[in-house]
Design a protein around this ligand. Structure first.
Ligand code: NAD
Ligand code: 0WE
Length: 267
């Protein structure tokens, strides 16, 4: 029997087979969890339904949810409440977005009031909004919430710009939620993942170079896979991690521990 047997998990952030949320869904399903999904818009519905079917899940439990909309967030939990699910054990938030023009060039030049607001709304506030809406269904079941962050929350990564501020806010949101909901037995953590070639990353100029750099700089001399992120996520959202809350766990092949990362063999 898997270590998530009997757990009911809602996964927000599947966009393709390469999504980090897909790696998480695969690990959760393998460990015996029952899954529900949301998708951002109609264009993504079919992909998400297909994933649910491939993982042997009830594809009726796939709901539209643009996290910019309070009404769509409320509707997800209304529908989930009316389904066969009597509660929710796990909420996974795997969503990040800033307008394109925010992610290129110098920070001071790129940042705008609107870009800042959108990045923080979609990438950070949405965790608080979803968690808040999930609370009634997460009572009395040692529930867990997980978000996905990136090291640019704490160290400067060129071009990540206002997304770095939004990830700093997300990590702080994880700590405030963990402190607030801990007395209810609800744990809140995040995984800080190394770079992975997903849809969100493929849109970034020079991402291939970033992956090549990450391979050289990491102690493990490689990048991480969505399977590895999924396995860490399954652990953090299971009762195996019952003593862990408010934490940021790096799944980055060790990159974050390094200070000097020049390649000593290349002369
Ligand atoms: P992805 O493109 O597969 O997933 C991003 C998801 O965000 C998509 O499913 C998209 O539909 C969703 N999304 C964006 N705006 C939304 C909105 N308004 N409402 C609802 N959903 C919305 O890319 P990914 O790399 O799997 O990203 C998942 C998470 O992992 C993000 O938080 C990202 O910042 C984080 N992360 C990614 C990397 C990486 O290198 N890929 C590294 C560290 C952290
Ligand atoms: O969190 C991310 C990606 C976030 C992201 C990606 C996009 C592309 C398309 C947010 N918003 C958008 N908006 C779009 O219009 N990562 C951790 C991957 C990533 O993105 C970078 C990186 C890395 C790593 C951007 C610049 C520099 C490094």
């Amino acid at each position: 029997m898997g270590f998530m047997a009997g757990k009911k998990a809602l996964i927000v952030g599947v966009a393709s087979d390469r999504s980090i949320a897909t790696g998480i869904a695969e690990a959760f399903a393998r460990e015996g969890a029952e899954l529900a999904f949301t998708y951002q818009n109609d264009k993504l519905e079919r992909r998400v339904v297909k994933l649910a079917e491939r993982l042997g899940q009830n594809s009726e439990l796939c709901f539209p949810c643009d996290v910019a909309s309070d009404a769509e967030i409320a509707a997800v939990f209304e529908q989930l409440g009316k389904s066969s699910w009597d509660g929710l054990d796990v909420l996974v938030h795997s969503v990040g977005f800033a307008p394109r023009d925010q992610l290129e060039g110098g920070f001071a030049e790129a940042v705008t009031r609107e870009g800042f607001a959108i990045a923080h709304d979609i990438s950070s506030y949405s965790l608080a909004a979803l968690t808040k809406a999930a609370l009634p269904m997460m009572q009395d079941r040692q529930a867990a919430v997980l978000a996905l962050t990136y090291n640019a929350a704490v160290r400067v990564v060129p071009n990540y710009n206002v997304m770095g501020l939004a990830k700093a806010s997300l990590e702080s949101c994880v700590r405030f939620l963990a402190a607030d909901l801990g007395p209810q037995g609800i744990r809140v953590n995040c995984i800080s993942a190394g770079p992975v070639k997903t849809l969100a990353a493929a849109g970034i100029g020079g991402f291939r170079k970033m992956l090549a750099y990450a391979e050289k700089a990491a102690p493990l001399k490689r990048t991480v896979t969505i399977e590895e992120i999924g396995n860490a996520a399954a652990f953090l959202c299971s009762d195996l991690a019952s003593g862990i809350t408010g934490e940021t766990t790096f799944v980055d092949a060790g990159s974050n521990i390094m200070a000097m990362t020049f390649d000593e063999d290349s002369g």
